[in-house]
Every structure is written in C-alpha cells, then in structure tokens.
Design a protein around this ligand. Structure first.
Ligand code: F3S
Length: 399
C-alpha cells in the first residue's frame, strides 16, 4: 500500500501507540483487500457497544485505545448499547451489568465519540453526503448509507471503524471504488410491496433465494415504484442480515440506480416468495407471546407519531418495547408523543434494542415487524419468533 507521510508517521508510532495500533489495523485490512492507498473519511459509526457482546476483553481493548487521550478526527457516533442508559432499572437490567456498560460508554466518550447509541445515525445528526467516504459499522446503517444516501463505506467491524475514526482514513477498496458499486444482478419485483414488514420480508426472500450462492451481488431492483424512508430503513436492515448485502440500487428511487445499465443476470421475486419469508420466520405452533417490540432499526420520529396515534387511549396488556434513539425520544417527548405512548403501558426504550439488551433468559416468544429482529431474536436469544405487521402487534398487545 502507498501511504502518505502522515499515514506512515502514524503507523511508525510517532503520534503514540494507540494511533499506531489503529493504523496497523487499517493497513492489515488494506493488504488483505489489495487496497492501493487510504482515503480520508468524513464520518464514522462504531458498533460493538453492548457489554453483552464485548465482555471484559472488549472493554480492555477500548481502554487501551482511550488511555493516551487520542480523540476521533471525524464525526463519530455509537451503535446501541446493552441498556437504556437512564432507565435501565425499569427494564430489569442488573446493577453489575449497568456498571460495566457505563464503563464502555465512558471509554468511547473519552475518545470524543458521541454516545448516540443508535443504529440509525443518519436520523440523529450523523448524515453523510452523496459520495462521501465514511467508515461505518452496523450492517443496516452501512446498507442504508451506501444505497439510500450514496455515501461510500465497506462493512466495518467495531475495531476497524474505531481505527478509521481515530486516524480519519480508511483503506480504499470495495465499495469505496466505482467498480465496487456496479450492479451485478437484476432483481425484478412484479408485485406491489408496501409497509415495513413487507419490505423486510422482501429482503429476507432475496437472502433465502440466494442462500448458498458464493457470489455476494450488488442487486439492482426494478418494479418497486415507491418506498418511504422507513420502508427503506427496514429493507436495508433485512437484506443486510439475510444476504450480507452492503449496497443495493432501486431504479428511480436510490441515487445511483439510473446511472447503470441492467446486468444480464436476472432474478424475479414473486409475492408468494415474499409471503413465504413471512411464514418461514414465524414459529409454527401456537405459543404464547410474552415480548412484543417495534423499532429494529430504531424508530424514526414519524414512526413514533404514527404508533402514538394508533395506541392513543388504549391499554397495553403485554410487555411491549418501542426502541429508538435518545435524541429522537427527546424530540418526541417535547411534542407530547412519549406521554401518549407511555400512558398506555408501552415502554419507549432508548439507547438499546431487543437484540443487544441482555434479555435472552427473560422471555420466550418475541413478536416484531422487523425481519432483522426476528433473525437475531432466534439465533442469539433462542426465542420463538413471530413476524407480524405493526397493526397486528398493536391489536395483540391491546386485546
Ligand atoms: Fe438496530 Fe438492534 Fe435492530 S442495533 S438494526 S435495533 S438489532
């Protein structure tokens, strides 16, 4: 790799051990993927924040990076933590876990990272521009940033995103390069897809059809005539989870899609296949659902407003979490939306989500409208799962 003088100095430890370690991570990555050089980045998003996933080793690594007082060089935000930082007691989090989680957040804060604790950084102030090079971890946000915004990032891991944030650069390979963004598979959708559950199911159906394929495609979809920001947020999370996709294009919707000719390789996804994905991720036998959640990825302000209207005046009789970013919750609070929701008995939970919070032993069956949430609730927490629409969930929790 060709390094600039500054990059070489960082690598050689002239600016301290932590920055040298950060450059070593980036150079090693660059060599693996045959990057010729580094590119400067404008923003970073760090994942691997929950103490439940990090453990003591992860916390030690963070403390090592934080100890010299080095600060991030670009706007850097954090993924969800393992608990609501202000309201953890009400969610049954132990004091021991809370103390460790707060040490994790403190280490990030010491490095100048903003503890947004959200997987939707683009909704809470970390919004890159079209064409910006960025270094984001969090597969759903990576997919959204590449596909919907047209920014450029590979799927970073927690350590490589942190290394990029501290040095302000990332190796130029993959989706940073024009050739990495070319569509390789034309996916035709001959049916109307509407709603976040349906868009989530479409991402899951795509992943199931390509299961076992050795090629990681950049798909270009045709036949989708409209999509809301919240549907695209759900779709990004789902296709990233089920197919490992970090970039997709949708003709006439996403910003790069109309630049490209359609590739010859072609696939059609039917309504039946989308509906099958919905059924496949629901536990077949009737089981009592003891945990309901909306907000994977984190709910937008608009979603909270819509949910508040649907819940207003009703009583929630089940454990029901609405997960969102704290800044979004604070705006909703000022608008009186949180009060409307909480008066029903539903819980508006900030900073965390049903996957990264340590709730595996507390519940048995989770219902959500999120395809990604279903995947991890089953694989990480071993919950039975039910893949429902938002309206079905609201009807069940208030029945
Ligand atoms: Fe976000 Fe948690 Fe889902 S991090 S995308 S709400 S699994």
């Amino acid at each position: 790799m060709i390094l600039t003088k500054d990059e070489q100095a960082l690598l050689d430890g002239k600016m301290g051990e932590a920055l040298s370690k950060a450059m070593q991570i980036l150079v090693a990555l660059g060599k693996i993927y045959h990057a010729e050089n580094m590119v400067p980045i404008t923003s970073a998003q760090i994942a691997g924040v929950s103490y439940d996933n990090l453990g003591e080793d992860g916390l030690d690594f963070l403390n090592e990076m934080a100890v010299n007082g080095d600060r991030v060089r670009v706007l850097t935000t954090l993924n969800p933590a393992g608990m609501d930082i202000e309201n953890w007691r009400a969610l049954g989090i132990t004091a021991d876990f809370a103390e460790k989680q707060i040490r994790v957040i403190d280490a990030f804060k010491q490095m100048g990272i903003i503890p947004t604790c959200s997987c939707t950084p683009y909704l809470v102030g970390n919004l890159p521009l079209f064409g910006d090079h960025i270094a984001w971890a969090e597969s759903s946000a990576v997919c959204f940033a590449n596909s919907i915004i047209g920014a450029r990032t590979n799927r970073e891991g927690g350590p490589s995103a942190l290394a990029a944030a501290l040095t302000g650069r990332t190796p130029a390979y993959g989706l940073h390069l024009n050739e990495g963004r070319l569509p390789t598979l034309h996916v035709e959708i001959p049916c109307d897809i509407q709603g976040e559950t349906a868009f989530g199911a479409l991402g899951a159906a795509y992943g199931l059809i390509l299961e076992g394929s050795k090629v990681r495609h950049v798909p270009i979809f045709t036949g989708i005539s409209r999509a809301t920001l919240d549907e695209l947020k759900a779709f990004s999370a789902s296709i990233a989870t089920y197919a490992g996709t970090a970039l997709f294009h949708i003709r006439d919707i996403t910003p790069e899609a109309n630049r490209f000719a359609l590739p010859d390789e072609h696939l059609v996804i039917t309504l039946e296949q989308v509906e099958q994905a919905l059924v496949r991720f629901s536990t077949p036998e009737p089981v009592e659902t003891d945990f309901y959640t909306l907000g994977c990825p984190h709910l937008s302000l608009n979603e909270l407003i819509v949910i508040a209207k649907k819940l207003a005046g009703k009583k929630v009789k089940k454990e029901f979490w609405l997960t969102t970013a704290r800044p979004t919750k604070e705006i909703a609070q000022k608008l009186g939306i949180i009060q409307i929701i909480e008066e029903t008995g539903a819980k508006v939970v900030a900073d965390t989500c049903c996957v990264v919070a340590p709730i595996g032993k507390k519940y048995h069956t989770l219902a959500t409208n999120s395809a990604k949430g279903i995947y991890y609730a089953s694989s990480k927490h071993h919950f039975h799962t039910r893949f429902l629409t938002e309206d079905q969930i609201i009807a069940e929790v208030t029945r």
